[in-house]
Design a protein around this ligand. Structure first.
Ligand SMILES: *[C@@H]1O[C@H](CO)[C@@H](O)[C@H](O)[C@H]1NC(C)=O
Ligand SMILES: *[C@@H]1O[C@H](CO)[C@@H](O)[C@H](O)[C@H]1NC(C)=O
Ligand SMILES: *[C@@H]1O[C@H](CO)[C@@H](O)[C@H](O)[C@H]1NC(C)=O
Ligand SMILES: *[C@@H]1O[C@H](CO)[C@@H](O)[C@H](O)[C@H]1NC(C)=O
Length: 721
C-alpha cells in the first residue's frame, strides 16, 4: 500500500498540512477522568490552522460509555479502541469548545445511536472502524460546523440520498473500504465545499455519467481498489478543481483518456496496478498541469506506443516501474515534455531505451533503468557516448547488461561506446505474449508484437494457413495494425494453430511464436498439429547446389537445417543454419560436385527428418583450391516461402513459377480470394548467409548458428547472395 500512502502525502501536500512538525505535549492540570490522560497537545484544524488543544485521551480502555465529568475546556476527546455503541448529547454537555471527537474502533452499528443534536464547534468526527451498515437521511445534522468526517472501514452498504444534509462546511469525507456498490450523485448535493473524497475499496464497478458533478470544489478523489472496468467519457465531468485522482488497483484495461480530458487542473494521476496492456497514442495528451504520472505494477503492460505521452508541459516526473512484461517503449513515445526531469523505468522487462527517447526530453536530469534485462548493444550505446547533456543514472551500480554473453554482468555505464555495435538485431521480448493461449469461440483477440532494433525493424505475422500478414492488412478475421498487433475478431476453430511474429531489419530478424487453442475446437486442432512435417525432398540438384523443399502443414517455429558431407564423419564438419518461420524451401549452395550429403531438417526438439543426396559430377574437373570442405557451406538465399496447403492443392502455379514469384521482393499479393497466394520472402537479401570468411569459427569446423535469426551479438553478417 505504499502507493496509497504516497498518495495521501500528496493530498496532505495539497491541503498544506505540515504533518512533520513535532511539538511536544504540555501538561494540563485539570481533574482528569479515571485512567484517561489530560494534556495540551498540538492540533491542526482541517484547514491546517495550528492550535494547542486541551486533549483528553481515553484510548484503549474497554469503555462502554463516555467517562463522566470531562473537563469543560476539552477540545480534543479521544475514545479510540473502546466498546462504545451509543452516545448522547447529554454526555457531551458543557463541552462548548469540543473540536475533535474520535470514536474510531468502537461498536456503533447505527448513526441513530449517535444522538448529537447540537455540537456546532465540532470540526472533526472519527467514526472509522465501527459497524455502521446504513446512513439515513440527515445522519449528522447536529454537526453543522463539521469539516472532516471519517466513515471508512465500516460495513456501509447503503447511504440515503440526503445522508449528508446539513454538512455544508465539510471539506474531507472518507467513505473508503465499505460495501457500497454504487456512488450516488445525490449524496454530494449537500457538500458544496468538499475538497477530498476517499471512496476506494468499495465494490463499485462503474461510475455513472456526471457522478461527481456537484463537487465543484473537489481537489482530490481516490477511487482505488474498486473493480472499475472503464470510466466513461462524462464520468468525471464537473470536477473543475480536481488536482489529484487515483485509480490505483482497478480493472481498467485502457487509459480513460476521454474522461481525463475533462479534468483541466489535474496535477497528480495514479493509474498503478491496472490491467492496461498498451499505453497508446494520445492516451496522455495536453494535460497542461500534470506534474506526476505513475504507471507502475501493471502485470499486463507490454508497450508504450508512439506519442503515448504528449504535451504535458508541467510534467516533472514519470514513473513507469515494476511492470514485469513491459519490454517496449517506442523511441518517440514521449513528445513535448519540456519540464520532465526524472524518468523512472526500473524493474521492467526493457532490453533497451532508445537514445531518441532520451533526446526527446530536453530537461531530463536523472534516469532509473536498473533491474531490466538490458541488451548492451547499439540501442543503449548512447549511455557510453559523449553526451552533450549528461543524464544521471540512479543506482548505476545495479544497472547491468544481461546480453550479449560477453558483456553479461558488466555495468551498463562501464561498457564503452566502442564495445557496442552500431547496428543491432531486432529483439522481440519473451514477455510480449505467452507461447500458448486458449480462448473461447467467438472471442476477440489482440496479440501485440513489438521489437526494438537499429535500424528500426518492420514486423509481420505468419498465420497458421501459412500466409504472411503485414501491417495495415486485413484478411478474413485478421487485421494487423501498423504497430504490429495482430487482431483476430470473433475467433473460430479455423484460426486455431501456430502463429509467428517476425521482426526484421537489415541486420537480421527475430521471431516469436504462439499456439492458439480455440475452446471447442479440440479435434480439428489436434489433427492439424499432428500432421507430419517429415517430407523433406530435393527439388533440383546440380554440381554445386541442391534445392530442398518440405511441407509444413502448419507454420512451424524457427527450425534449422544441417548438412554433412560423406567422409567428414566428424561432427565438426556439420554445417547448420536456422530457417525463418514459415519457410518451406532452401537452396543449399557451394556444395562439392559428386559428393554424398546427409541433410536433416530439425523442427523442434524431437522432430527431425533426414535425406541423403548426391551432387552431380563436375563435367570437367578443374580441382579448384577454394572448394575445400571448410568452404562448403555458405548457402545462399532460401526460398520458398509458405506454400499454404491450399496452394499446393490448387496447383495453379508450377514450382518454377513459384520460384519466380519469390524473386520479386516486397510484393505482398493479397487478392480478394486470397486463397493459395504466394508471398515472397520479406527481404530476399536478408536471408542470405553470412560470408564464411567472417566466421573463422567455421573454418575450424564448429557448428554455427547464423546470427540472422534472433541470435545475438556478432558483427552484422556480410551477405553472400
Ligand atoms: C472556549 O473557547 C473560547 C475561545 O477560545 C474561550 O474564551 C472560552 O473560555 C472557552 N470555553 C471553555 C469552557 O473553555
Ligand atoms: C555416403 O553415404 C551413403 C549413405 O550412407 C552411402 O550409400 C555411400 O556409399 C557413401 N558414399 C561415400 C563416397 O562414402
Ligand atoms: C540456387 O543457388 C544456385 C547457386 O547460387 C543458383 O545458381 C540457382 O539458380 C539457385 N536456385 C534457385 C531456385 O534459386
Ligand atoms: C521429446 O522427447 C522426449 C523424450 O522422448 C520427451 O520427454 C519430450 O516430452 C518430447 N518433447 C516434445 C516437445 O515432444
Amino acid at each position: 500500500m505504499k502507493n496509497i500512502s504516497m498518495f495521501l502525502l500528496q493530498i496532505q501536500f495539497l491541503l498544506g498540512v505540515a504533518s512533520s512538525l513535532v511539538i511536544h505535549s504540555m501538561p494540563w492540570r485539570v481533574p482528569c477522568p479515571h485512567q484517561c490522560v489530560c494534556q495540551i497537545k498540538p492540533w491542526y484544524s482541517p484547514q491546517s490552522v495550528y492550535k494547542e488543544a486541551p486533549t483528553v485521551d481515553c484510548n484503549d480502555l474497554l469503555l462502554t460509555k463516555l467517562p463522566a465529568s470531562l473537563p469543560p475546556e476539552t477540545q480534543t476527546l479521544r475514545l479510540q479502541s473502546n466498546l462504545i455503541s451509543s452516545l448522547d448529547q447529554s454526555e457531551l454537555q458543557g463541552l462548548v469548545n469540543l473540536t475533535e471527537l474520535d470514536l474510531s474502533q468502537n461498536s456503533f452499528s447505527s448513526t441513530r445511536h449517535l444522538r448529537i443534536t447540537d455540537l456546532p464547534a465540532l470540526l472533526s468526527l472519527h467514526m472509522e472502524e465501527n459497524q455502521l451498515r446504513h446512513l439515513p437521511d440527515a445522519a449528522f445534522s447536529g454537526l453543522s460546523g463539521l469539516q472532516e468526517l471519517y466513515l471508512n472501514h465500516n460495513r456501509l452498504r447503503s447511504i440515503s440520498p440526503g445522508a449528508f444534509k446539513g454538512l455544508d462546511k465539510l471539506l474531507r469525507l472518507h467513505l473508503n473500504s465499505n460495501r457500497l456498490v454504487v456512488i450516488d450523485r445525490r449524496w454530494f448535493h449537500a457538500l458544496p465545499q468538499l475538497e477530498v473524497l476517499m471512496i476506494g475499496g468499495n465494490p463499485v464497478d462503474s461510475i455513472q455519467d456526471l457522478n461527481f458533478k456537484p463537487l465543484g470544489s473537489l481537489r482530490s478523489l481516490v477511487l482505488a481498489g474498486m473493480g472499475l472496468r472503464e470510466i466513461s467519457e462524462r464520468a468525471l465531468e464537473g470536477l473543475f478543481n480536481l488536482e489529484s485522482i487515483s485509480f490505483y488497483d482497478n480493472r481498467l484495461t485502457k487509459v480513460p483518456k476521454e474522461a481525463l480530458q475533462k479534468l483541466p487542473g489535474l496535477k497528480f494521476l495514479d493509474l498503478n496496478k491496472n490491467p492496461i496492456q498498451l499505453v497508446q497514442r494520445g492516451d496522455f495528451k495536453d494535460m497542461l498541469h500534470l506534474k506526476e504520472l505513475g504507471l507502475n505494477n501493471m502485470d499486463e503492460l507490454v508497450a508504450i506506443e508512439h506519442s503515448a505521452i504528449d504535451n504535458l508541459p508541467e510534467l516533472t516526473k514519470l514513473e513507469i516501474t515494476n511492470n514485469p512484461r513491459l519490454s517496449y517503449i517506442h523511441p518517440q513515445a514521449f513528445q513535448r515534455l519540456s519540464s520532465m526531469e526524472s524518468l523512472m523505468l526500473n524493474s521492467n522487462a526493457l532490453s533497451a531505451l532508445h537514445r531518441q527517447t532520451v533526446r526527446s526530453l530536453p530537461n531530463l536530469q536523472e534516469i532509473s533503468l536498473h533491474t531490466n534485462p538490458i541488451r548492451c548493444d547499439c540501442l543503449i550505446r548512447w549511455v557510453g557516448a559523449d553526451n552533450d547533456k549528461p543524464v544521471r543514472f540512479i543506482e548505476p551500480q545495479s544497472t547491468f547488461c544481461s546480453e550479449p554473453p560477453e558483456l553479461k554482468a558488466r555495468r551498463v555505464k562501464e561498457v564503452s561506446f566502442r564495445e557496442m555495435a552500431d547496428s543491432c538485431l531486432p529483439l522481440i521480448a519473451p514477455s510480449m505474449f505467452p507461447s500458448y493461449i486458449q480462448v473461447k469461440h467467438g472471442e476477440n483477440i489482440a496479440l501485440h508484437c513489438r521489437a526494438l532494433a537499429e535500424p528500426e525493424p518492420s514486423i509481420y505475422w505468419v498465420i497458421p494457413k501459412g500466409m504472411r500478414l503485414s501491417p495495415s492488412i486485413s484478411y478474413g478475421r485478421y487485421r494487423v495494425l501498423t504497430e504490429g498487433t495482430l487482431e483476430i475478431s470473433g475467433v473460430t476453430p479455423e484460426e486455431a494453430g501456430f502463429y509467428t511474429c517476425v521482426a526484421q531489419n537489415l541486420v537480421g530478424a527475430d521471431t516469436r511464436s504462439l499456439t492458439l487453442k480455440v475452446e471447442g475446437a479440440g479435434r480439428a486442432y489436434k489433427a492439424s498439429m499432428q500432421k507430419s512435417e517429415d517430407n523433406l525432398e530435393v527439388r533440383d540438384i546440380s554440381e554445386r547446389y541442391a534445392l530442398l523443399s518440405w511441407q509444413a502443414g502448419r507454420n512451424v517455429p524457427a527450425a534449422h537445417l544441417s548438412w554433412l558431407a560423406n567422409g567428414s564423419l566428424e561432427d565438426h564438419h556439420r554445417h547448420s543454419t536456422r530457417i525463418l518461420a514459415g519457410t518451406q524451401g532452401f537452396n543449399l549452395t557451394r556444395l562439392q560436385p559428386g559428393t554424398h550429403y546427409k541433410v536433416c531438417l530439425h523442427m523442434g526438439p524431437n522432430e527431425t527428418s533426414c535425406i541423403h543426396l548426391r551432387t552431380k559430377e563436375a563435367p570437367v574437373v578443374t580441382s579448384s583450391p577454394d572448394l575445400t570442405p571448410a568452404v562448403l557451406l555458405a548457402v545462399s538465399a532460401l526460398l520458398l516461402l509458405l506454400a499454404a496447403r491450399t496452394c499446393q492443392s490448387s496447383a495453379s502455379l508450377s514450382w518454377k513459377d513459384q520460384m519466380m514469384e519469390f524473386e520479386k521482393p516486397h510484393t505482398t499479393i493479397l487478392s480478394d480470394e486470397a486463397k493459395g497466394f504466394m508471398v515472397p520472402p520479406p527481404y530476399l537479401k536478408q536471408v542470405c548467409q553470412p560470408s564464411p570468411s567472417k566466421f573463422s569459427s567455421e573454418e575450424s569446423g564448429k557448428e554455427i548458428s547464423y546470427p540472422h535469426l534472433g541470435q545475438y551479438g556478432k558483427e552484422p553478417p556480410k551477405e553472400v547472395c
